[in-house]
Every structure is written in structure tokens, then in C-alpha cells.
Design a protein around this ligand. Structure first.
Ligand SMILES: Cc1ncc(COP(=O)(O)O)c(C=O)c1O
Length: 389
């Protein structure tokens, strides 16, 4: 990786140190240009005209997203965020009273709220897989939890609150063995590591553009395995997802875009395409190795500070580092670091409620170095934290 080149292509780095890719990463100049140029084109010739003029490029966004996750373009729907992608498929699945959903301790709170919602509305039941000794989803326990009433496995691959990497592909193998639909929240995984829906054996995958992928905010996508496309009638339809044949009949689109609606932010889609292509050109293995390596180095350096506890679960750690430092209030610390031009964040118990309750988690500090960061960035963070102690 040509880190100097990558850094020179990241305008935000001239304004400070940014290590919050798990929140919203700094985009490359090319992503910014794509969004701005499309917006300017819209302002010059009109939104509909810009759409028509650039339809080939915009259409190719589906190819770029599909390539990123090893899918086919007709299996991709583009939506405004990961939650909408996830909810579109979750609320569409025909779950009925007595059906059981299996999820994990690290499940993202938004998904868990939706489980509770369908529990209230439809009478479904929720099973939570215990963790293994290292703190990742326990594969043996998952297998043992499955009954003939299990109707869905829905887990989070990488949680919002730390470096845990759940064994998503092993979960997929079990789901396939039992022929249970598998919905994978890959929101924090996409852009920091290779993602391949065939290896994962997932039926549905949701993700966002703005995090490790370095795309614009307000972008997300849903993958739906081909075999499901004809079977699922989205919970919400319009004349894009289901064009009218006549005044009494609509016919659903045959591709995943039956989960989209007519109006969209095409400037952001242009940016998302560039972000996908940028990551693919760099190579997701290389991105993973660099970002995970920096995160490992940060964990080591943090442990040199008195009173620091690394809170990441699992035997394998990704590019999200969660930690506490005795005597430092996380929210104040983030604000003070921001004044020094260093961006990291906090993670609150509310965003991963099951894990937070089980581990009695406080508000924690959360840093996510990406491949464009370097050891100097890590050292600057450590120095700044040391000054606060
Ligand atoms: C694991 C996980 N899933 C889902 C989401 C929701 O993504 P979005 O905000 O794009 O809807 C997040 C956001 O932080 C997340 O961390």
C-alpha cells in the first residue's frame, strides 16, 4: 500500500487525526468529488436530466457493491442506511407466532428493538446464543439451540462496541446445514475486511457506506440471495418496486430493487460507487492487514497507560478498539481530544444492550484506526491521553 499517496488523497487528514472509521470514516477526495460533481450537475441541468445523463455510471453502482461482497448485481438493493436495509428484509420475512429467532450477545440494539417489536406484534420468540470463553458467539451452543421452530438466524458480525469478530462463516455453515434463513449485519465489517456472501453462506446481508468503506453518509445496501428474490414480497411497495400493470394489478420487480422506492439521492450513490471501487483497487486483504495491525498496535500502546483496560471480546480482534482509562470520563475525554485535533468516540451501553447488561459495561472510549492512519497518529493519541492523566 502506498500510504503517502492514500493520505494525500484523504483531505480530512490535513485537519487532524481521525480514528473513528467505526462511526463515519474520512472519505477519499474522489468520493467527495463524485458527490459534489453530481450535485453540481443537478444544479446546472436539473435532477432528472442529471440522472438520465449519468445513468450508466449510476447503474454501475450495483456492480461495484456486488463486487465488494461477491454478489450478483441483481441481488443488491441500494437504500439510505444499514438499518433500513436490515429492516426491509427482517419485516418482510413471514415470521409467525411461535417462530424462534436466534441472535447473538453482540447484536446491534436497533436489530434487537425490531426483534422485540415482532415479538409484540407477531408473537415470535428470541433465543440468544451464549458466548464462548473468549467472548465470541459460541458455535456449538448455536447448533444446540436450533429446534424445528427456529425460523431465522440473525446476528451481528462485528459489533459497534468493540473489536470482536463473530464467526460469521461458521454460523452460515450451521444455518445452511439446518436450512434456516440467515440474516447477517455486516455494517461494521464491510470496508475493513474481505466480505464474500458465498463463503458466508448468508441469505441476507446489510451494510452501510459511511463506516470502514469510506462512502458518503446516508448510503446503505442490502444483499438478498437470488433464491429469495421471487419469494419475498417487501413489507412496503411503490410503483418502482412493483410497477402497475393496470389499475387493479401490480407486478413486483424480479431483482433486489423491489426493496427500493422511486426517489433516491443519486449524488450519494455516485460517491458510494467510488468508495467501493477505491476499496477494491486497494484490496480488502491489504486493508484488513493494515487496519487490524494498527489497531493491535494501539491496544499495546494503550496498555502502557496506567489504569487502561482493553474491553474487546474474542480471540480475534478487528480495527475497533474499545477501552476505559481509570479517572478519565469518556465523553469529556473525546471532547478534549477533539480540541487537540484528534477524533475518537465513545460507545454507550444502549447500542449493544445485551452485551452491556451481561458485562455491566460503562460508557467506553472507542477508537478505530483505518489503513490511512499511521503509528504517528497512534502516538499522538497516546501522548494526548497521557497529558490528561
Ligand atoms: C453493527 C451495526 N449494525 C447496524 C448499524 C446501523 O447502521 P446505520 O446507522 O447505517 O443504519 C450500526 C451503526 O453503528 C452498527 O454498528
Amino acid at each position: 500500500m502506498d500510504i503517502d499517496k492514500i493520505r494525500s488523497e484523504t483531505p480530512g487528514l490535513s485537519h487532524g487525526i481521525h480514528m473513528l472509521a467505526c462511526g463515519s470514516a474520512l472519505p477519499s477526495q474522489s468520493v467527495v468529488d463524485a458527490v459534489v460533481e453530481f450535485t453540481q450537475l443537478e444544479s446546472r441541468i436539473g435532477g432528472y436530466e442529471a440522472h438520465t445523463q449519468e445513468s450508466t455510471m449510476l447503474d454501475a453502482t450495483y456492480d461495484s457493491v456486488a463486487r465488494l461482497v461477491g454478489a450478483q448485481r441483481h441481488e443488491i438493493a441500494l437504500v439510505e442506511n444499514a438499518t433500513v436495509a436490515w429492516c426491509q428484509v427482517f419485516y418482510t420475512l413471514p415470521l409467525k407466532a411461535g417462530d424462534r429467532i436466534i441472535t447473538c450477545q453482540a447484536e446491534y440494539a436497533a436489530n434487537y428493538v425490531a426483534f422485540l417489536h415482532r415479538q409484540k406484534k407477531d408473537g415470535i420468540e428470541i433465543d440468544v446464543v451464549p458466548n464462548d470463553e473468549a467472548g465470541a458467539l459460541d458455535i456449538t451452543a448455536l447448533d444446540a439451540l436450533i429446534t424445528d421452530r427456529t425460523a431465522l438466524i440473525a446476528i451481528t458480525w462485528v459489533p459497534t462496541n468493540g473489536g470482536l469478530v463473530n464467526p460469521a462463516a461458521k454460523v452460515g455453515a450451521i444455518a445452511a446445514k439446518h436450512q434456516i434463513p440467515y440474516l447477517l449485519d455486516a455494517c461494521q465489517a464491510v470496508g475493513q475486511m474481505p466480505v464474500d456472501v458465498t463463503t458466508l453462506k448468508c441469505d441476507f446481508l446489510s451494510a452501510t457506506g459511511r463506516k470502514f468503506l469510506r462512502g458518503p453518509r446516508g448510503t446503505g445496501f442490502l444483499y438478498i440471495k437470488e433464491k429469495w428474490l421471487e419469494r419475498l414480497e417487501p413489507v412496503m411497495l411503490d410503483h418502482f418496486s412493483a410497477p402497475l400493470e393496470d389499475s387493479s394489478l401490480y407486478s413486483l420487480r424480479s431483482d433486489a430493487r423491489r426493496f427500493e422506492t422511486w426517489e433516491n439521492n443519486y449524488a450519494l450513490r455516485a460517491g458510494l460507487k467510488v468508495a467501493c471501487d477505491y476499496a477494491m483497487v486497494l484490496g480488502l486483504e491489504k486493508i484488513q492487514s493494515r487496519a487490524w495491525g494498527l489497531a493491535a498496535s494501539l491496544r499495546e500502546k494503550l496498555l502502557g497507560l496506567p489504569g487502561t483496560t482493553i474491553m474487546d471480546l474474542g480471540a480475534e480482534h478487528c480495527a475497533i478498539v474499545s477501552f476505559t482509562i481509570d479517572g478519565l470520563d469518556p465523553v469529556e475525554t473525546v471532547a478534549l481530544l477533539r480540541q487537540k485535533g484528534i477524533s475518537i468516540g465513545v460507545t454507550t451501553p444502549a447500542s449493544t444492550k445485551l452485551d452491556a447488561e451481561r458485562r455491566h459495561l460503562p460508557v467506553m472510549l472507542r477508537a478505530a484506526p483505518h489503513y490511512f492512519n499511521n503509528e504517528d497518529d497512534l502516538d499522538a493519541l497516546i501522548r494526548a491521553l497521557k497529558d490528561m492523566l
